[in-house]
Design a protein around this ligand. Structure first.
Ligand SMILES: Cc1cc2nc3c(=O)[nH]c(=O)nc-3n(C[C@H](O)[C@H](O)[C@H](O)COP(=O)(O)O)c2cc1C
Length: 389
């Protein structure tokens, strides 16, 4: 029976465990580059035992960023910064994954803490802003992403697919061994997929097959340059939680098509095309896992999900029950760079310290008289301390 700490192999890549750090935009890049901050932040998580590490959504074009401070790989000059990071991740025994994306109509934004909320836009005429693009001229709305959206022509769509392929080639040069396409969270691909944002009447709009076309063509473009022996995965915005948006039930067919076009794993998440969501289940750890289990069984494709899986027992159970193949952790990875080591101790792993670099591991394994005092108190130990106080 697999468990959270079983190795996992997809194509020619073997991860040391089932714990992946989910992509998280850091808003800390200059001209799209990864620098010392990213080396420190991602290197720490690799040393902390994560099996797979995604930096963040990496833009395939300057206007495909969320903010002017977001990471990119649209230029050969950006490869070096990525290569420093992948080589550190590799040296720490983890695997470096890239999430390629284009933010579409949800770009040209302020950092959330500067704008006071997610999605507050910089006007296109501002020196730091740009003209956002989408399937149709429908702004996201809700008083935030309000500027006009340029509807892409077919020639412009084809150019974006070429940008995906170029970015994938650079990702390979930079040393990434796993590539995820970002087809979720309201960004360009997700907006093509959603009837809420896509009002086109050509071959890219209307039926499910037409709405999925942008995604499938992007995947085809990347598969041509991304080696067959390396994993190619996608995060799909499978549900807008709105009666007129993308529906989970139709995503089985979509994922089946993506699989036929060479997708190796699906990562299910939300559509993110509207703020008017009806009954989204963000706080429930099991809801996404149950959806993942259905997708895995019905389409027969390796599956992963994120959202609220930071309690080790929940994460381990999802793997043991073979509902999903990997656990993606976002906020828990931000909060605790050593989450895997902590989880291993919580779950009674025989040698949690084998997850950290050998030198630290030796010291921590052999000088362990006062475990709580080295900074990894177990949940039960903390509870006992509180009780006896
Ligand atoms: C600061 C931050 C930035 C994020 N940026 C991205 C991103 O670039 N791409 C993406 O697909 N998801 C992004 N997410 C979503 C996470 O990858 C993850 O799916 C989500 O936080 C749920 O997992 P969690 O409950 O473990 O945090 C971000 C989340 C956070 C907290």
């Amino acid at each position: 029976m697999p468990h959270l700490f079983s190795p996992y192999t997809l194509k020619d890549v073997t991860l040391r465990n089932r714990i992946a750090m989910s992509p998280m935009t850091m808003y800390r890049s200059t001209e799209g580059r990864l620098d010392d901050f990213h080396l420190m932040y991602l290197g720490a998580r690799a040393a902390g035992g994560f099996g797979l590490i995604f930096p963040e959504q990496v833009a395939i074009a300057p206007e495909g960023r969320t903010t002017p401070h977001c990471a990119g790989i649209w230029d050969d000059q950006q490869v070096e910064g990525h290569a420093r990071v992948t080589s550190m991740i590799d040296a720490m025994g983890s695997v470096a994954a890239i999430q390629l994306g284009h933010t579409g109509r949800n770009g040209s934004e302020l950092k959330p803490w500067v704008g006071g909320d997610l999605g507050v836009q910089i006007p296109p005429e501002h020196p730091e802003g740009w003209q956002v693009v989408g399937p149709s001229d429908v702004p996201y709305g809700f008083g935030k992403r309000v500027y006009p959206v340029h509807p892409l022509s077919v020639a412009e769509i084809k150019a974006i697919h070429r940008q995906y392929a170029e970015a994938a080639r650079r990702a390979l040069d930079a040393g990434y061994r796993w590539l995820e396409m970002h087809f979720a969270h309201g960004y360009l691909a997700a907006s093509f997929y959603s009837p809420l944002a896509n009002k086109r009447e050509d071959q890219y709009g209307g039926s499910l097959e037409n709405r999925a076309r942008f995604l499938i063509e992007a995947l085809d473009a990347v598969r041509e340059v991304w080696p067959e022996h390396l994993p190619l995965t996608a995060r799909l915005g499978c549900d807008d939680f709105h009666p007129d948006g993308a529906q989970f039930e139709e995503s089985f067919e979509t994922v089946g098509w993506l699989k036929e076009h060479g997708l190796d794993m699906i990562d299910l998440s939300m559509g993110g095309n509207t703020d008017d969501m009806r009954e989204p289940f963000f706080p429930t750890p099991s809801a996404w896992v149950e959806r993942g289990a259905r997708m895995r069984a019905e389409v027969g494709i390796p599956t992963t999900v994120s959202w609220n899986l930071g309690v080790p027992q929940n994460a381990d159970r999802a793997i043991r029950e073979e509902k999903i193949d990997l656990v993606l952790l976002g906020r828990p990875a931000l909060a605790n760079p050593h989450w895997p080591v902590w989880a291993a101790r919580e779950l009674g792993h025989e040698d949690p310290f084998e997850l950290v670099p050998e030198d630290w591991g030796w010291w921590l394994q052999n000088f362990r008289g006062h475990d709580p005092s080295i900074g990894w108190p177990g949940i039960t130990e903390v509870a006992e301390l509180e009780q006896s106080a």
